[in-house]
Design a protein around this ligand. Sequence first.
Ligand code: ACM
Length: 530
Amino acid sequence: MQFSNCQQNQPTMKRIFPFLLLIAFCNCQPEATQTWIVTPYPNAVTVAPGGFDFSQGVHLESADPNLEGVVSFFQKRMEEIGVNVDNESRKKIHLELAAGDEKKQEAYALKIGKTRIQLTASHPKGIFYGMMTLWQQLRLSKNMSVPRGFVEDVPRYGHRGFMLDESRHFFGKEKVKQLIDLMAVLKLNTFHWHLTDSPGWRIEIKAYPKLTTVGGIGNHTNPDAPARFYTQEDIKEIVAYAAERQVEIIPEIDMPGHATAANRAYPEFSGGGSEKHPEFTFDPGKEGTYHYLTTILEEVASLFPSEYIHLGGDEVHFGNEKWKTNDSIQALMRREQLSTLVDVEHYFIRRMADQLTQMDKKLAGWDEIVESDVSKQGSVVYWWRHDKGDQLQKSLDKGYATVLCPRVPLYFDFVQHDSHENGRRWDGFGTLEDVYAYPESTHKFTEAEAKLIEGIQGNLWTERFDSDIWVDYMTFPRMVALAESAWTSKDNKNLERFNTNLLPFHNFLESLGIGYFNSFDPTLTPEPEH
Ligand code: ACM
């Protein structure tokens, strides 16, 4: 990068005149150095004085047909923020795929000069993230310019997730799309969609229509609320929307527990429940149950391109006491030599995992699946019980790929400030700083263990939250901290810089009409009314 040259000679008037003219046209100050304000902060940044100015438009230049989707996506995004995308522009962003590490498809490099930006990656995902870095800088800084220099960036984790529970309360297509948009801005790449649970079944299954016409009725606060669910057309639309933003959707169909809504629709497959959790389980003693659930999963598998389907598998003990007296389950126990109800649960999970394998899918499940001895190659464990560190250890010792989403600090239905009343607390709660400090605040993994950590995820359960306003307030800004914890390496994290960059992010959220908790001054953004 060159500074403007302003030498002062001992001139005669004749010699000085052209020089004065030059001064009139050149700014003698060295150009200011700009700073990146993007979150997650890129992993290697070298900033040179001056900026690449977008105000006169830019040409997104690429000859690669594999990049057509990314180019057309960012053409629209750039135009939305007032950047004219114009093939005749002298300013160019040259997008190029180059051979690179197969495992680093999301990595990208930016070389930013005065009139040309070179963006290189080994895969369209990396090009997408490089463009997102530029877009976020323009959108947040609002000054139509990005810093000159170099960015070399690669995510810390391959799984950067957010889970939304739409069984307890249903928020609908537009809200889900908005959350996916924000995930993409923050380079989060996995949307875990909790679509079935006790209060309501939210995904249309053509072979079993009552799952939604009956099972879709009700929510956590009102068991009689009219049926709300996603049709298969809705799901296809949302999956395509997410794919355009490099977000993969992993659907969760929870089993064998949390099945009350399904059992309202098809009671013949119920394994009963408990007083507090009636009709809570599917019946693992009946062959018909496996056929029923396999048919459901086949439809789910055809809708979601992800290699994973999440089968839950959590908290079966909440409502499996009828299993003790259920004839077919007792017969199953004798036949398969299962000595406890937990063994029955694991038998069920193994059988359903086998069905997934036949559909060319892998099993995702909560950390209860660790003991079921499902295959290591075909399964990923979501460690959620923060009070059971031994369960995480077991998952790693057994060699399971593992996602970290412990209740504290990554359940976003926990309060985020001591003054807050709505939300859970249990061994504390999850402040913004706690999310930012995770996971190195809590874990010291060996090299072998660290290789099994797929990533981290924030989970928003919605027993207590029934409106978009609440979803936003509980999610933001924790999702912003989650994104940096998931992307930016431990050594490159810096809370002070994160907080500085959070201020323009707050403004961005405000411009979208998204309410958030202001961690700098809790009095500014009190909890919403219920
Ligand atoms: C869970 O929170 N029951 C996974």
